[in-house]
Ligand binder design. Structure first.
Ligand code: NDP
Length: 487
């Protein structure tokens, strides 16, 4: 059965009717299971008006009352965890075993940012004996939020939570490839007591619905998670209208494996960092830089494990890797096999269609040995299950390779030596450095990228700074002299 999805405005799914229709296929079978009715500029306008109308009450509501609603959303999303996880797995192809914890995490995003909102405080300046000067923080207004297809609920909930926890309202556009789960999540948020209009969803293509949203004259800010080229375009348009924008963009992250690393843990960690979420994650550790003394042993063990990764239906709890999200993306990832070969790389395993999985967009995880860090497979974001190995001799060389990239989102270091860890932490130019751990997201800490990986940071105070305006008020403590003009 084909379901039809559209927009959600003022707390209600927009009745289906006219509008451009986009077919959406199940990545595991290739069959069209969903039809998206695209929101045009008029529908986007209605969504922005709805968010603007809701801003008055939501922004002036006491933080405690707002937080009660955000805590209720956390509970309700967790209660619907199995339903949401199944929907997310089916529509994205992500294995359900990896997706299920992300639903609790989606709920947690609302609780954590409510906690941050409840501790946001202003500053007081008494250094000038004649004046009391203090600062307050006010919600900025209506946000245009744009999310990608690789983890709609984890990333969409993060964008929404950081925005509404500080009293803003929003219109979110998910990716045209994965509209269903976000719509259901926002519906559940309303069941938990979210007032109408605080969160609206518009669905459609980036070039149509996305552009209508980010260029709408009545939005106050943009929160974007997606590819670097799209981010540049949106940021340029935002700059022309002086709208603040936070950009979480692509990555080509390095994972350094030092000769003193705990090899088994490093193997587990490097495999997970590149192949989790079917390799479709911004923080994928796609360039694995191994010390020469352990390279042969490490790479052979990595290839052996990559070959054994359990490929299967995303709804099967034993599945470790599902299909890629859509046909064009699988073709894009496979296209890098030819790019790799023509650059002189050696494909060590993978890239074929796994036996028994000819339907849908499945592919075997790839491991390649790069001829050098200049190769396109080391410089371009492939965004799939494509691991690339490089070998180093001196730590400075490994760090130089890690830094020789347009991107700078995260970096992984596997070592038992404190000095090595600290040197990498200081010298690698990336927003997050993970030492001996694959992916640890601390919501209190800033997250974001250097260079082409982004502008701005999410996380606790950093989100509060972006999603609020700081206001300074000065009051004289006594009647101070005022220069009298024209008296
Ligand atoms: P895209 O940049 O292609 O799309 C992201 C979103 O932007 C989609 O909703 C897309 O809509 C929309 N969009 C596209 N063009 C426009 C436009 N002109 N105006 C407004 N919106 C537009 O990225 P992908 O969806 O392919 O996602 C993968 C990328 O996201 C990777 O580069 C990945 O690294 C990055 N990412 C970054 C993260 C981070 O935290 N740094 C986290 C996760 C992913 P549509 O899909 O309908 O075209």
């Amino acid at each position: 059965m084909t379901v039809t999805v559209s927009s959600l405005i003022e707390g209600q799914r927009v009745a289906t009717g006219g509008g451009h229709l986009l077919p959406i296929a199940d990545p595991a079978t290739g069959e069209v299971t969903c039809e998206l009715r695209e929101a045009d500029a008029g529908e986007v306008d209605r969504a922005v008006l709805s968010a603007r109308a809701a801003f008055g009450n939501w922004s002036t509501m006491s933080t405690d009352r707002r937080n009660d609603i955000l805590y209720a959303i956390d509970q309700r999303l967790r209660a619907h965890g199995d339903e949401l996880a199944a929907l997310e797995a089916r529509t994205t192809g992500l294995p359900i075993a990896g997706v299920r914890p992300l639903i609790d995490r989606a709920g947690e995003n609302f609780r954590r940012f409510a906690e941050v909102a409840s501790t946001v405080a202003g500053e007081t300046y008494l250094q000038n004996a004649q004046f009391l000067t203090y600062t307050t923080r006010e919600p900025k207004g209506v946000a245009a939020l744009i999310a990608p297809w690789n983890a709609p609920l984890a990333l969409g909930s993060m964008r929404i939570a950081t925005c509404i926890a500080f009293g803003n309202t929003c219109v979110l556009k998910p990716s045209e490839y994965t509209p269903e789960s976000t719509l259901r999540m926002v519906e559940i948020m309303h069941e938990a007591g979210l007032p109408e209009g605080v969160v609206n969803v518009v669905n459609g293509r980036g070039s149509v619905t996305g552009e209508a949203l980010t260029s709408h004259p009545d939005i106050d800010m943009i929160g974007f998670t997606g590819g670097t080229e799209t981010g540049k375009r949106i940021m340029a348009a935002a700059g022309a209208r002086l709208k603040p924008a936070i950009m979480e963009l692509g990555g080509k992250s390095a994972a350094i494996v030092a000769p003193d690393a705990d090899i088994e843990r490093a193997l587990d960690g490097t495999l997970l960092a590149i192949y989790a979420s079917n390799g479709q994650q911004c923080l994928g550790g796609s360039r694995i830089i191994v010390h020469r003394s352990i390279a042969d042993r490490f790479i052979a063990a990595f290839v052996e494990r990559a070959r054994k990764i359990r490929i299967g239906n995303p709804l099967d709890t034993a599945t470790e890797m599902g299909p890629l999200a859509f046909a064009a993306h699988r073709d894009h990832v496979r296209g890098y096999l030819d790019v790799a070969r023509s650059d002189g790389a050696e494909i060590l395993c993978g890239g074929g269609i796994p036996a028994g999985f000819e339907q849908g967009w499945y592919m075997e995880p790839i491991v390649a040995m790069a001829p050098g860090n200049d190769a396109r497979i080391c410089q371009e974001e492939i965004f799939g299950p494509f691991a690339t190995f490089l070998v180093y001799s001196e730590l400075d060389e490994a760090i130089a390779i890690a830094n020789q990239s347009d991107f700078g989102l995260v970096s992984y270091v596997w070592t038992r030596d404190l000095a090595t860890a600290m040197t990498c932490s200081r010298k690698i130019r990336a927003g997050t450095i993970w030492i001996n751990t694959p992916m640890m997201r601390e919501l209190r800490a800033p997250f974001g990228g250097y260079r082409a990986s982004g502008v701005g940071r999410d996380g606790a105070q950093h989100s509060a700074d972006f999603f609020t305006e700081a206001k300074t008020t000065s009051i004289p403590l006594e009647d101070t002299a005022i220069r009298a003009l024209g008296r």
